[in-house]
Design a protein around this ligand. Structure first.
Ligand code: EPZ
Length: 446
């Protein structure tokens, strides 16, 4: 049974050691998408039956969201692991609680997504206000405004949101910003509302499409997911289904960057190439070879890169979740690159750590100016958040000497078997308990 035991062992090992310089060669299988599987697991709350979900990645965030659902009365079983993915069976026939407590919500903001389904199923929800987040304030005002448009009454007491809606009625909702989470919360509530809901200026991410497909497979009536106008016709009830999660475009993009920065030749299997268009376009602009093959996407590089400019935008623009990883590559490009982060207000914390490795980066407002240098040096660095951690791993793979990354629990949130996958393509990388101090070189000279 996959579950807590898996992660409590991992939590003891809170350092990643990398000895840079190995070009990555071989192939990596990409796991199911974290940002699809989380809302899909939450959407299982809508079903009066059993939902079986395949290609569920082995992530700390998946453990947390399953704990949230168990607290609400869901029965959840992890079946045998295929590769590192699992099949999860979720039955929410007997929901007996409408409260998502602070302990869970503080661990993972995506827990607020349970509001929509709880209101749809039980007419009530009591959710702890999500705390702050390293990458930005990340308010949920658009979630609440959308739910209120559906007839939900919301008040706040002692840090909790109390939401009630004896009846949910379809409405036309315009999102001031194409928020992924707000689109998902409203979509799930509207699926069981009376009448039709139209969400305008909706988020267009592939994970929204996967969520809509999942709900439609339960008997939902959603059209337009993947565009900025989504129409949901409420139905009386939703039933059992079987669904396979789409591949993780951000995990895939991170490995493309790892293959490129090390001057390697890496094939990624289980990718939807269309979801990676903005990342591939920027890699090609930076002088990296990316080839579509019958079994996946290949990245090949000679280790030399051109400076480019990047501006993060909602999908189909360049994804903010790939900004940190790309910055690692651009620290070695010839020339000056400008990276502008328009989605989150504080998502450059990796710059400070990359500077410790010899990178030349200065932050000017919402832009980072990256002056290419000829090398990075291994150093002791700290992961401040999930994608910043990925950027430090990518930099460590090419840095001269030894890099030690702490706070690796951030990486466990979004990368399934990161160390194992990188080792399988030749990286000198390992995970050790915080107490271990033997020099990495001895390990790898053997
Ligand atoms: C989702 O977060 C992803 N998380 C994030 O991935 C991703 O970076 C983000 O979408 C943008 O693509 C999951 O799907 C679990 P948003 P979400 O609502 O839904 C503002 C990762 O690394 N906003 O689209 O929280 C907000 O402050 C994570 O995998 C409001 O102002 O993102 C931010 O500036 C990080 N009011 C912007 O919108 C609201 O009510 C984008 O947020 C909601 C959002």
């Amino acid at each position: 049974m996959v579950g807590k035991n898996f992660y409590c062992q991992e939590k003891e090992a809170d350092k990643i050691l990398i000895y840079g310089g190995q070009p990555l060669q071989g192939k990596i299988t990409v796991s199911g998408a974290k940002n699809a599987v989380l809302p899909i697991i939450v959407a299982s709350l809508l079903a009066e039956g059993t939902c079986t979900i395949y290609d569920v990645p082995h992530l700390a965030d998946v453990e947390i969201i399953c704990d949230v659902l168990r607290e609400l009365g869901a029965e959840i079983k992890f079946n045998s692991k295929v590769n590192t993915s699992a099949a999860v069976e979720i039955n929410c026939q007997n929901l007996n609680n409408y409260e998502a407590t602070y302990d869970y919500v503080k661990k993972m903001r995506a827990s607020v997504l349970v509001m929509g389904p709880l209101l749809a199923r039980l007419g009530k929800a009591k959710i702890s206000m999500p705390g702050g987040c390293a990458i930005g304030t990340r308010p949920i005002d658009l979630h609440l405004k959308g739910l209120e448009a559906l007839g939900v009454r919301i008040s706040m007491e002692h840090g909790y949101l109390l939401a009630e809606a004896p009846v949910l009625k379809g409405a036309r909702i315009y999102l001031d910003y194409p928020s992924v989470g707000a689109t998902e919360n409203i979509l799930m509530a509207a699926a069981l509302a009376e009448g039709t809901t139209i969400i305008e200026n909706a988020a267009e991410e592939p994970e929204i499409v996967d969520l809509a497909n999942f709900i439609n497979s339960m008997g939902g009536k959603i059209i337009g997911a993947g565009t900025n106008v989504i129409k949901i016709e409420g139905v009386k009830s939703l039933g059992s289904t079987i669904h396979t999660v789409i591949p993780d475009r951000i995990e895939a993009g991170s490995y493309l960057l790892a293959g490129a920065i090390t001057g390697g030749d890496l094939l990624l299997e289980n990718v939807i190439i269309d979801h990676l268009k903005p990342v591939v376009a920027k890699l090609i602009e930076a002088g990296v070879e990316v080839i579509e093959e019958s079994t996946g996407l290949r990245v090949r590089s000679n280790g030399e890169f051109k400076a480019i400019d990047i501006k993060t935008l909602p999908y189909p623009g360049f994804p903010t979740d790939m900004q940190a990883q790309f910055m690692a590559l651009l620290t070695l490009a010839q020339g000056t690159s400008i990276i502008t982060e328009t989605v989150f207000e504080n998502r450059f914390m990796h710059a400070e750590e990359l500077r410790r490795m010899g990178a030349d980066i200065r932050i000017e407002g919402r832009s980072a100016v990256v002056e290419g240098t000829d090398k990075l040096m291994g150093a002791q660095v700290k992961a401040s958040d999930l994608r910043a951690g990925a950027a430090l791993v990518i930099a460590g793979l090419v840095a001269q000497g030894e890099t030690t990354i702490t706070n690796t629990y951030h990486l466990d949130r979004g990368y399934d078997d990161l160390v194992g996958k990188l080792r399988s393509v030749g990286a000198n990388i390992m995970r050790v308990k915080s107490s271990k101090t033997e020099p990495l070189k001895l390990i790898y000279q053997a």
